[in-house]
Design a protein around this ligand. Structure first.
Ligand SMILES: NC(=O)c1ccc[n+]([C@@H]2O[C@H](COP(=O)([O-])OP(=O)(O)OC[C@H]3O[C@@H](n4cnc5c(N)ncnc54)[C@H](O)[C@@H]3O)[C@@H](O)[C@H]2O)c1
Length: 251
């Protein structure tokens, strides 16, 4: 498949587990992928591995909690590549804790990275997509934004807000042919998940047993869904929150 020939895609958190898989998948189907992450070295490594495969990747570091960085990222892409067709708002952090265990920094950082970044980046990208006459935005929410897991109130509330943000943006900009959707993953085997497993004293096998399909998900499986939502194959999908949980969400 070459669904993204001549398209430019920005992926945030693209040095991480799901983000690097999304970047590689979009690039493998022809997109020029802007690999963006706060971790510049890791973003460069992901872009280099995309280029080593003969695909097109460009690393642009940004701390998406900063409005200036978000606007700078978009301006850099416009200057260097001339267009933006796809925005994948993937970067996120997971500050664990029930309300009494959370610091103010945990709370505000969660909102800054998981939600405010979408405000900054979508405001910067939408005028470009509207001028082009089309665009696809895919946001990463979470199963926990829809069905909260205990002890993660900041994370869960930001992801619930991402789901609502997605529906609102879709409703407001569908008339301009901008499609906005969100993926809501269950447990996916990434560095974020491994950090959580270490903290809780559980094992991956413990998590596998909780999923009706018998295992947690792989980043490539989320990447396949993100690629579908970003592609013209999903031309009538707009405002959807798509769960990808191995049936855990309904268990
Ligand atoms: N892994 C899971 O089980 C799971 C489940 C549901 C949703 N998600 C969501 O998927 C997304 C990706 O998660 P992951 O599991 O791949 O995590 P990850 O920790 O492997 O990757 C996250 C990436 O985001 C980057 N990042 C963090 N703060 C940033 C900032 N301020 N600016 C720019 N980049 C920043 C990190 O450097 C990292 O490369 C997140 O939004 C997460 O909430 C993950």
């Amino acid at each position: 498949m070459n669904r993204f020939e001549n398209k430019v895609a920005i992926v945030t958190g693209a040095a991480g587990g799901i983000g690097s898989a999304v970047a590689a998948r979009l690039a493998s189907e022809g997109a020029t992928v802007v690999v963006s992450d706060v971790n510049q070295e890791a973003a460069q490594a992901v872009a280099a591995s995309i280029c080593a495969n003969g695909d097109k990747g460009l690393a642009v570091a940004a701390d998406i909690a900063s409005g200036d960085d978000c606007r700078g990222l978009v301006q850099t892409v416009v200057n260097q590549l001339g267009r933006i067709d796809i925005l994948v708002n993937n970067a996120g952090i997971n500050r664990r804790g029930a309300l009494l265990d959370l610091s103010e920094d945990d709370w505000h950082s969660s909102f800054a990275v998981n939600l405010d970044s979408m405000y900054y980046l979508c405001r910067a990208v939408l005028p470009i997509m509207i001028e082009t006459g089309a665009g696809a935005i895919v946001n990463t929410a979470s199963q926990w934004g829809l069905y909260p897991a205990p002890g993660h109130i900041a994370y869960n509330v930001t992801k619930a807000a991402v789901a609502s943000f997605t529906q609102n943006l879709a409703r407001d900009y569908a008339p301009q042919n901008i499609r906005v959707n969100a993926v809501c993953p269950g447990e996916i085997h990434t560095p974020m998940l491994e950090a959580g497993v270490l903290r809780s004293g559980r094992t991956i096998a413990d998590l596998d047993r909780k999923v009706p399909l018998g295992r947690i998900g792989k980043p490539e499986e989320v990447a396949a869904l993100v690629a579908f939502l970003a592609s013209d194959e999903a031309a009538f999908m707009c405002g959807s929150l798509v769960e990808i949980t191995g049936a855990q969400a309904v268990a």
